[in-house]
Design a protein around this ligand. Sequence first.
Ligand SMILES: Nc1ncnc2c1ncn2[C@@H]1O[C@H](COP(=O)(O)OP(=O)(O)OP(=O)(O)O)[C@@H](O)[C@H]1O
Ligand SMILES: [Mg+2]
Length: 185
Amino acid sequence: MARLVIAVSGTPGAGKSIFARALAKKLNAQVIDLNALIQRKKIYRLDVDGTKIANLPKMRKEFIRAIRASRSPIIVEGLLAHLLPKKYLTHVIILRTRPRVLERRLRARKYPKAKIRDNVESEALSIILWEAVQAHGMGKVYEIDVTKLRPGVAVKLFSDALDGKVSLRPGKVDWLEEVFLTNSE
Ligand SMILES: Nc1ncnc2c1ncn2[C@@H]1O[C@H](COP(=O)(O)OP(=O)(O)OP(=O)(O)O)[C@@H](O)[C@H]1O
Ligand SMILES: [Mg+2]
């Protein structure tokens, strides 16, 4: 089997970095922090509000360079990881976190209100999951609701899915109602 090159994506604050570290330990893999790579290679521009906008073609190029430089299994994590080229990724994991919990986390991080709302809505609407399935197809995408899971348990779940013992097929999470209720309160 080809070496594992696993993308871990999800809304900011979903727990990508923590999960990626735990998974890497289990698989003896190298972690590529996509945000750090974008930063290091200076392949972004600043939006009017100071948000970093990555240059996606350059990000893809740098990623390919990075994986070619290594022979170990790779976990690449970051909120753009699902936008990496299809042909290099063996699996795409999308971590989900209940919008209410996400909101609390982003508040604790002192994110501006508008940014919190955007991210919470994006989570409720499953935007990243949708993008991932569009780009890679259902078969390669694994969805895990990690709201109540310790990282080790989430890793075990994924490895069970690799063994065909459980299904992490996308589409089980539906938080629309929760957000509509919150917004109409
Ligand atoms: N499964 C979990 N259960 C409870 N808390 C978690 C879980 N995963 C992450 N957290 C907490 O959520 C916060 C965000 O985690 P983490 O930094 O891994 O998210 P991230 O998705 O990498 O965020 P970013 O997109 O900003 O890089 C941390 O404070 C972490 O302790
Ligand atoms: Mg992170």
